[in-house]
Design a protein around this ligand. Structure first.
Ligand code: PMP
Length: 363
């Protein structure tokens, strides 16, 4: 059998129609493309951590429920006492788990533009996906359109990233509450960027039984560990738990996260620097002719260039050793848009300098 025939026999058409999530090779670049925390840990904390790793029983399976880590995460994130919690190998895995648990032919909704995995995984699983276009320029929720879509299509699940990726803004919280109230399905508030804002829906978990809040330790500074969690009504969480693979959180992730969250002051310091750098970068970007940055509550800034200039600027930055994210190929509202992650002050300075060079070299 020809390979192509074999593929069409054994792979579902919706998967064949997808393109794989691509991650650029960042070797040798100043890496400002993936919303990572640029800081590592002081040597004395690393030394303490190695002692913890040394004791890890790597020959045994990890705690399948990661109970101890769940308790630490509940406290660190100030989750309500009665709230259920479920962990995933990154919040990506939780999105997959949520969507896998839906009945066949369910409808999934999310604002657009937003985090691409909501749509990617929904399509992969053969679910119906409906994007909810954000208002042009403000990137705010179009509440009227959204409520009408909910009424008409009764989605089983809606994802709302808060702050939103790639636009960086926090949607109006009253609009989000309206969405939760009008939805008969689940509403997932994805707080991946929580370390960079004081806004949160965690306090509302006790008010709405269809609300779930999802977070990750990736942006805090632990992207390499792959750990996310979702919190909400214990009944819903325990149903989702049945679809989870038993040992999805490996022992090194469990003991490392548990250890390092005993140093909240270190993360508080790092995120404080990044928040200040975000404000400084926003001002600097605003002063560059032909560049329009959008206000951000996350650890990145989306900015618009003059027409058809995004890709040439992206390439010119790369030539100067700086990797950011080019969103312009996604077109629509993201045409001419680039996204830069907030790095260390010296990395940010290098980026601004390279951007100015790139602009000056343009016809
Ligand atoms: N949600 C949002 C809004 C994101 O931007 C990302 C990563 N870019 C994730 C979830 C996934 O995070 P992770 O799988 O690293 O926990």
């Amino acid at each position: 059998m020809l390979e192509q025939d074999l593929i069409s026999t054994v792979i579902r058409p919706e998967i064949r129609a997808l393109t794989a999530y691509k991650v650029a090779d960042a070797t040798g670049y100043i890496k400002l493309d993936a919303m990572e925390n640029p800081y590592t840990w002081p040597e004395e904390i690393k030394a303490e951590w190695l002692k913890v790793i040394h004791k890890a029983e790597i020959n045994r399976y990890p705690d399948p429920e990661a109970r101890s880590l769940c308790n630490v995460l509940k406290e660190y994130n100030q989750l309500p006492e009665q709230s259920g919690i479920l962990l995933g190998n990154g919040s990506d895995e939780i999105i997959q788990l949520l969507l896998m648990s839906l009945p066949a032919n369910s409808t999934v909704m999310a604002p657009e533009p937003s985090f691409v995995m909501y749509k990617q995984i929904a399509q992969c699983l053969g679910l119906k996906y409906q994007g909810l276009p954000l208002l042009a320029e403000s990137f705010e929720l179009d509440l009227e359109l959204t409520l009408a879509a909910i009424k008409q299509q009764q989605p089983e699940i809606i994802f709302i990233a808060y702050p939103n990726n790639p636009t960086g803004n926090l949607f109006d919280s009253h609009a989000i509450e309206q969405i939760i109230q009008h939805s008969k399905g689940l509403v997932i508030i994805d707080e991946a960027y929580a370390p960079f804002t004081d806004a949160s829906f965690i306090a509302k978990l006790s008010t709405y039984n269809n609300l779930l809040v999802m977070r990750t330790v990736s942006k805090l500074g632990l992207a390499g560990l792959r750990l996310g969690f979702i919190a909400g009504q214990p009944g819903i969480i325990s149903e989702l738990n049945k679809a989870r693979l038993p040992y999805n959180i490996n022992i090194l992730t469990q003991c490392s996260t548990e250890f390092v969250l005993t140093h909240p002051e270190m993360f508080a310091q790092q995120t404080e620097i990044l928040r200040n750098e975000r404000a400084r970068m926003f001002l600097q970007l605003s002063t560059i002719h032909g560049i329009r940055p959008y206000p951000s509550a996350a650890n990145f800034i989306l900015f618009r260039t003059e027409q058809n200039k995004a890709t040439p600027i992206f390439n010119a930055l790369k030539e100067q050793g700086i990797l950011i994210k080019n969103l312009s190929p996604q077109q629509g509202p993201l045409s001419d848009c680039l996204r830069v992650t907030i790095g260390k002050p010296e990395e940010n300075n290098a980026f601004i300098k390279a951007l100015k060079n790139a602009k000056n070299a343009m016809p």
